[in-house]
Design a protein around this ligand. Structure first.
Ligand code: ZN
Length: 178
């Protein structure tokens, strides 16, 4: 992929994701537009994790489209190809299972996931913890935030070695656990 092709792919993914998430807001007190979150992941990956693979950046921008919007795997496959659609699938929780099992599955499946999916997971957890430190999500108790921190650490502990730069960033935000 040339530099221009990579940039084009990233712009297409950002635009597609912004459209899909257009009616959604984050759970923070300020209820920022949802798209801030995928953009944060892309920023963390590129500038903090030194992940410069356009495929991974595009998948990060799209990472919540299947889980949180009406987007289907086939639609992503058609728009962005197999690799990106599969990466998004890898970081999508199974919607039909109970949330408690979903959380366990994320831990048990993390180790076997691809390099790209591990990068996205790292960035996702870093961004979510940073958001929670900045502002407790609406309706969340301190215990719920603490459980989220601990569960995130369990996921990240499964994939250590995937990106030491991002792991250090994760560890430093984990220290801010309330
Ligand atoms: Zn996310």
């Amino acid at each position: 992929m040339s530099g221009a092709e990579g940039t084009g792919l990233i712009i297409r993914a950002a635009q597609f994701s912004a459209w899909k998430h257009r009616h959604q807001r984050r759970k923070s007190q300020a209820a920022e537009p949802y798209i801030n979150h995928p953009l944060d992941l892309a920023h963390v990956l590129w500038f903090e994790g030194k992940v410069h693979d356009p495929t991974v950046i595009a998948a990060a921008l799209l990472h919540d489209t299947i889980e949180d919007t009406q987007t289907t795997f086939g639609e992503l496959q058609g728009e962005f190809g197999d690799t990106i659609a599969s990466l998004v699938m890898e970081v999508t929780d199974e919607p039909s299972v109970h949330w408690r099992l979903r959380k366990r599955l994320q831990i048990s499946r993390a180790k076997g996931s691809t390099w790209g999916a591990k990068q996205i997971k790292l960035a996702d957890k870093i961004c979510n913890l940073r958001d929670m430190v900045a502002s407790t999500p609406k309706g969340w108790s301190i215990d719920r935030v603490r459980n989220y921190f601990d569960w995130s650490k369990e996921v990240i502990d499964q994939i250590r070695g995937a990106n030491p730069l991002l792991e250090r960033k994760f560890d430093s935000i984990y220290l801010r656990r309330p």
